[in-house]
Design a protein around this ligand. Structure first.
Ligand SMILES: Nc1nc2c(ncn2[C@@H]2O[C@H](COP(=O)(O)OP(=O)(O)OP(=O)(O)O)[C@@H](O)[C@H]2O)c(=O)[nH]1
Ligand SMILES: [Mg+2]
Length: 496
């Protein structure tokens, strides 16, 4: 049965890849990232920039994408949205997300970031360009957006229910998580996994487990390793039996009968993998050509060393699931490989540009294991600090002792708090977020004694920037930091 389903799985992948190949020059770009990493904002900014890049009337004097060669050399002639390729997948709500950033119905006072993603969606962009020899060409780019939580499920594919139970329980006993897990652990601690199946008990265990996972995600903890992803973002599966399971305290080496509570939980865990995780993996991940991995290192730094360690673990777990390297026509048909991966530390606009190199060094350090693995597979890797949408500008402010500090100015979101000052969402503020450490290793260390803040950095969330219009009333592409460098790395060679 499992051999047959594996065979069917492979056949479906080959059929999809064949379809992709006959569709003409095209690239499937994976935009990967844990929840709140900035995927939806990045995709929106990418489309906003690339559909406007060939229109000089939508520039503020200077070229907004100087490092993106096809555009800088004036060879990008058109960027347009096309009907997406998969009829069964909803369309990425580009217009809605962009309108949110600009301010719905032209009211800039209500501009806000797009909502957290709860469903998969997809979009196709067609770029028309001139090759350096003058030949006209097109490149089609498919991009998929999905809830970041679902990404955490990929590592489950290789785990049995017993392994997953053991690992999840171990993690929940760590000092950083134990308090959050207390009620759930107490509940399952009283259960005998050999007892008969009991729907009510399974439901209660699953609910307490979900509450624990949600607690871990709160800003002050900002933990990253929290599978199963659908427990946090169920999409259309809320309340379904596929989500009604939980780890149990199992005894090593015991095979639990099918009619026991453990047997039922195991069946549901396997069903979750078969019916939810595998299709997501097959329909999305296996077909990617290139990958940008967005990492919100700043939120983890804000929450402290335990969150940073957790983020590092989550990133290396996830990246094992990528297929990387250079394939030939045949191997690409069977198993397309990701030949380029860009690791991007997002939201760099929270920092003065003098700290961007340090942020980049931190991300390089966090993804070290993943980078070595990908490079060994033959993929080309780069690491950047970037802001898909730049919500701040820079300024010098003077610190308490009169020293000059490199700060950023923006409008903090309503409710953001720095040292007891609560922002109202309208007032601008100059913020010195603290210096990132020169030595990236220090991010794994707890704050210095004497520090009053939960950590030594203070990043607040800012509102999106005020939109700027051209004389005809069209909104210009939003400001960004190094988005053009990302485009050049991910797309540049395909636009030559
Ligand atoms: N300042 C700034 N904030 C950003 C940027 N990108 C994302 N953010 C912030 O990060 C939040 C999450 O961004 P999203 O793009 O929704 O993240 P996501 O990865 O799609 O998250 P899920 O849909 O929950 O998986 C936004 O609401 C913003 O507060 C950026 O370029 N600059
Ligand atoms: Mg999203």
């Amino acid at each position: 049965m499992s051999f047959l389903s594996d065979l069917l799985f492979e056949a479906q992948i080959i059929a999809q890849n064949l379809g992709d190949m006959v569709a003409g020059p095209h690239l499937r770009l994976g935009v990967t990232g844990l929840s709140r990493a900035g995927k939806t904002v990045f995709i929106t900014a990418l489309i906003d920039q690339l559909t406007k890049a060939a229109r000089p009337s939508l520039r503020r004097g200077k070229n907004p994408l100087p490092v993106f060669r096809v555009q800088a050399e004036g060879r990008l002639t058109r960027g347009e949205l096309e009907p997406q390729p998969d009829d069964a997948v909803p369309r990425f709500s580009y217009e809605k997300h962009l309108e949110a950033l600009h301010g719905p119905k032209g009211d800039t006072g209500t501009r806000h970031w797009p909502e957290s993603t709860s469903q998969i969606s997809e979009l196709r962009l067609r770029l028309e360009f001139e090759r350096p020899n003058g030949q006209q060409k097109t490149l089609t780019i498919d991009i998929v957006d999905y809830p970041g939580e679902w990404l955490l499920d990929l590592p489950l594919l290789d785990k049995s229910y017993a392994e997953w139970s053991r690992e999840t329980l171990e993690a929940s006993a760590s000092p950083a998580r134990a308090t959050l897990a207390e009620e759930w652990r107490h509940f399952i601690g009283q259960l005998d996994p050999k007892m008969g199946m009991a729907e009510e008990t399974a439901r209660e265990a699953a609910e307490l487990f979900t509450t624990y996972l949600k607690g871990c995600r709160a800003d002050i903890y900002a933990f990253s390793v929290l599978p199963p992803g659908r427990f946090l973002m169920p999409g259309d599966l809320a309340g379904s039996p596929a989500l009604t399971f939980s780890p149990l305290m199992l005894e090593e080496g015991i095979a639990y009968p099918a009619h026991s509570l453990a047997g039922m939980m195991e069946r549901r865990f396997e069903a979750y993998k078969t019916h939810i995780v595998r299709p997501f993996f097959r329909d999305h991940f296996v077909r990617l050509d290139r990958q940008i991995v967005l990492v919100d290192a700043l939120s983890a730094l804000n929450a402290g060393a335990a969150a940073v360690r957790d983020l590092e673990a989550a990133l290396s777990d996830i990246l094992v699931a990528f297929r990387v390297g250079h394939g030939n026509l045949l191997t690409n048909l069977l198993r397309p490989k990701i030949d380029k991966i860009l690791f991007a530390a997002t939201k760099a606009d929270h920092l003065h540009h003098t700290s961007h190199d340090r942020l980049e060094a931190i991300l390089r350090y966090l993804t070290n294991r993943a980078i070595s693995r990908a490079e060994a597979g033959g993929a080309t890797i780069d690491v950047i600090a970037m802001a898909a949408v730049r919500a701040t500008r820079e300024a010098m402010v003077s610190g308490e002792d009169g020293t000059a500090l490199e700060a950023v100015i923006g409008t903090p979101l309503a409710g953001e708090n720095i040292d007891g000052e609560i922002f109202d969402g309208y007032e601008e503020a100059a913020i010195f977020p603290g210096d990132l450490p020169k030595d990236p290793k220090l991010i794994f260390q707890p704050p210095q004694p004497g520090s009053t803040a939960a950590s030594d950095y203070r990043f607040v969330r800012f509102r999106p920037p005020l939109p700027v219009r051209n004389p005809e009333g069209t909104v210009l592409p939003l400001p960004h930091i190094r988005l053009d460098r990302a485009f050049e790395f991910l797309l540049g060679d395909r636009l030559n």
